[in-house]
Design a protein around this ligand. Structure first.
Ligand code: ARG
Length: 477
């Protein structure tokens, strides 16, 4: 089809920033299908920051005059004010955040606006925006992890002497301190924060200057831009830099694992709050009722956290599958990276916040916890250890106590309720002193190894955790 200069001049391209080689306007359905402004407008702050740094650098190397740079910087700042105030009109025909901002800049300041994109492509621009976004997301989540860590340590200290059953296979195993259990959660969270902090290193690398895929003809000062934007390094390979989304995947992976942990805590809270366990009371303000059953008080908050874990695992999966089999370099597939990245961030933020608010209000029912800890022959191991103290080999002691447990079970009582004569049938060396050794409290106190559940160890662990530097964003250090 032969369409001449006239057709182009008369705006057959629909006024696109890239419209020069097009002779007809984009199909309306294609415009709707390909646009991303409806979701990537969220990147506007990062986009404008990146553009201001790019313009400053272009002026420094003489590609822009100081006057042009000043116009651009002021124009972008004014656009930022309007976006912030909700006065900016995002246009689908400008496709994405980058072209919306650039088109508006040129509308406002004229010729200088058209020079902003010199030596840059949306491919390195979007990668830069997304890294700035992810870095901020990490810093925010690290702050929330640190706050939740404080909450857990306070709670663990409060419950250090609360005796509850520890489970394996969800069967009563040995008594533990409730504070110790909370510190187990805390360890998971500390690793999550460490993973976010570690991912940050690989996030904080500047792709700008890679242009579309091959670099650019202008003598860009990439290190200057990196300094302006707080990046620790510049990317080494332009092809990789415009196509790499590992950083988003790593972030989502850290988020998915963090959510997996919150989901485990949620599951435990839900069980503990059930009358079948009755270990904790969740405050009314964190529960909801049933529209039909008047007696119900449901643990919807931990249930929703457990449920939202599926979304974040889905976000990670979406990003992995998005990248799988993509050839170098940039492909439009990558536009799809934003919804899962934003969703993982929003979901984790909301869950960390709600947990930090809810946990201090969780009340342990110490009597119910202790009663449960005394059930299920939970101190059978302590009886075996007592026999070892009397000189028996552990394997023989294990066997003898197993027989005593079977006997007590047949009588429908616990080990402490067996008369001394009965106990002595299983091991003649047992004396009166045994009873003080097989209470839940004695069992706890005896587990005094580093990292063990003895309240002394729990308090020592809390002191160590408080002394250890928290994983935080570098600026707060
Ligand atoms: N909206 C696009 C994205 O999010 C920006 C990059 C577009 N680049 C291109 N060559 N079409 O990935």
């Amino acid at each position: 089809m032969q369409t001449g200069v006239m057709a182009k001049r008369s705006g057959g391209d629909g006024g696109k920033l890239w419209g020069g080689r097009f002779t007809e306007a984009t199909d309306a359905a294609v415009e709707r299908f390909t646009e991303s402004a409806s979701f990537d407008s969220r990147l506007w702050r990062c986009d404008i920051r990146g553009s201001i740094a790019h313009a400053r650098m272009l002026a420094k190397i003489g590609v822009l005059t100081a006057a042009e740079e000043a116009l651009i910087a002021a124009g972008l700042a004014a656009i930022a004010v309007d976006i912030e105030a909700g006065r900016f009109r995002w246009k689908r025909e400008f496709e994405d955040v980058h072209m919306n901002v650039e088109a508006e800049l040129t509308r406002r300041i004229g010729e200088a606006g058209k020079k902003l994109h010199t030596g840059r492509s949306r491919n390195d621009q979007v990668a830069t925006d997304l890294r700035l976004y992810t870095r901020e997301a990490i810093d925010e989540l690290l702050g929330l992890c640190a706050a939740l860590d404080d909450v857990l340590l306070t709670l663990a200290e409060r419950e250090a002497d609360t005796v509850m059953p520890g489970f394996t296979h969800l069967q009563i195993a040995q008594p533990v301190s409730a504070g110790h259990h909370l510190l187990a959660w805390r360890e998971m969270l500390a690793r999550d924060a460490g993973r976010l902090r570690d991912a940050r290193k690989r996030v904080n690398v500047l792709p700008l200057g890679s242009a579309a895929l091959a670099g650019t003809v202008y003598p860009l000062d990439r290190k200057f831009v990196a300094r302006e934007l707080g990046f620790d390094a510049v990317s080494e390979n332009s092809l990789d830099a415009v196509s790499d989304r590992d950083f988003a995947i790593e972030f989502a992976a850290a988020c998915a694992l963090l959510m997996t942990h919150l989901s485990r805590w949620s599951e435990e809270l839900i069980l503990w709050a059930s009358p079948m366990f009755g270990f904790v009371r969740l405050p009314d303000r964190f529960c909801t009722g049933s529209s039909i059953m008047p007696q119900k008080k449901n643990p919807d908050v931990p249930e929703l956290v457990r449920g939202k874990t599926g979304r974040v695992i889905g976000d990670l999966n979406a990003l992995l599958v998005l990248m799988k089999a993509q050839p170098l370099a940039y492909n439009r597939d990558n536009q799809e990276d934003k919804p899962p990245l934003f969703d993982a961030h929003d979901t984790v933020r909301a869950c960390l916040e709600v947990f930090a608010a809810m946990l201090p209000a969780v009340e342990f029912d110490a009597a119910a916890c202790r009663a449960a800890a005394a059930r299920g022959f939970s101190t059978a191991t302590d009886l075996a250890d007592y026999l070892v103290g009397k000189g028996m080999a552990f394997r023989d002691a294990h066997h003898a106590v197993g027989a005593a447990v079977a006997h007590a079970a047949a009588r429908g009582c616990g080990l402490v309720e067996l008369p001394l004569d009965d106990l002595r049938c299983f091991a003649a060396c047992i004396d009166e002193g045994v009873y003080a050794r097989i209470t839940p409290e004695a069992s706890l106190a005896a587990r005094n190894t580093y990292g063990g559940t003895a309240p002394r160890q729990v308090r020592a662990a809390i002191r160590r955790a408080r002394r250890a530097p928290k994983e935080r964003a570098p600026a707060d250090r």
